[in-house]
Write a protein that binds this ligand. Structure first.
Ligand SMILES: Nc1ncnc2c1ncn2[C@@H]1O[C@H](COP(=O)(O)OP(=O)(O)OP(=O)(O)O)[C@@H](O)[C@H]1O
Ligand SMILES: [Mg+2]
Length: 253
């Protein structure tokens, strides 16, 4: 069953309006819930932080480096719990049943313990869609931010899905983000001549992190596609294995 698994990352740029602090995109989430409703295969969803978590993390200058600033950690965490609740509420209103796991409960000192394999498989076999999200985690050296893109990679190591889809607000990776005709259909290896635009609210490396994680996941032998989650037709095609965005072909090295 689990080798038919797909992991879908809903980028913060599709569940929120990332350029404005704390703006949830209910319309987009409703559209996404419709796509997920039609997809009948085993699925896990990870969502990003968008203008919720990224906003506070940027404001308090907290990133992947450990911090002991509990006051700020609380703010970021609250904002992520709120975003998660807003997302799953819309899914549930649309009769798409999810089972939300706080990443804090899943991780033990930067790793997802093997027991979670059973828990996640069990939830899927009960027709629930496990959902988790980028958040603040606690480790021996303090609190740190673990982004949704990194969680996807951790889940891939644990569950070996057949496919990963990163849905963001771009059609894929561009050679130059200012030129929409420069979409790259396939990335096989490290591309060091890509251009990147700077994002206002992103503390976890933006598209560069996504490319790095995609390359790592493809190295596990898993196909990865980055596509536009605001284009629900394309997202649906990507979930069903069609090539519509930027593909990283799974290649076990
Ligand atoms: N070369 C590039 N190709 C594609 N997108 C790029 C490029 N350079 C920068 N970007 C930006 O990267 C953004 C997507 O990365 P970002 O991390 O913001 O998305 P996300 O993962 O959906 O959000 P979150 O991190 O909140 O989950 C796009 O909105 C785009 O503006
Ligand atoms: Mg990101």
């Amino acid at each position: 069953m689990v080798n038919k698994l797909t992991i879908l990352k809903l980028g913060g740029s599709v569940v929120t309006k990332k350029s404005r602090p704390l703006t949830f995109d209910a319309n987009s989430v409703r559209n996404l819930s419709n796509v997920v409703k039609k997809f009948k295969e085993p699925l896990i969803i990870v969502h990003g932080a968008g203008s919720f978590g990224h906003y506070y993390a940027k404001r308090y200058r907290i990133s992947d480096k450990p911090t002991k600033s509990t006051k700020h950690v609380v703010k970021i965490r609250d904002s992520m719990q709120l975003l998660n609740q807003k997302i799953i509420k819309i899914f549930h209103e649309n009769h798409v049943n999810t089972f939300s796991f706080s990443p804090t409960s899943m991780y033990n000192n930067k790793k997802i313990p093997i027991d979670w394999k059973k828990i996640l498989k069990k939830s899927i076999s009960l027709n629930l869609i496990p959902v988790t999200f980028g958040d603040v985690l606690i480790a021996n050296d303090g609190f740190y931010i673990h982004s949704g893109d990194l969680i996807v990679h951790d889940l891939c190591k644990l569950l070996n899905p057949k496919r990963v889809i990163f849905a963001s607000n771009i059609d894929g990776i561009y050679q130059n983000p200012e030129d929409v005709s420069s979409l790259i259909p396939i990335i096989n290896n490290n591309k060091n001549n890509l251009k990147f635009s700077k994002l206002h609210y992103d503390v976890t490396g933006g598209i560069k992190t996504k490319i790095n994680q995609s390359l790592k996941i493809a190295n596990l032998g898993i196909d990865v596609q980055i596509t536009n989650g605001l284009n629900i037709k394309n997202l649906s095609k990507a979930l069903n294995g069609e090539h519509v965005g930027t593909l990283f072909v799974g290649d076990n090295v």
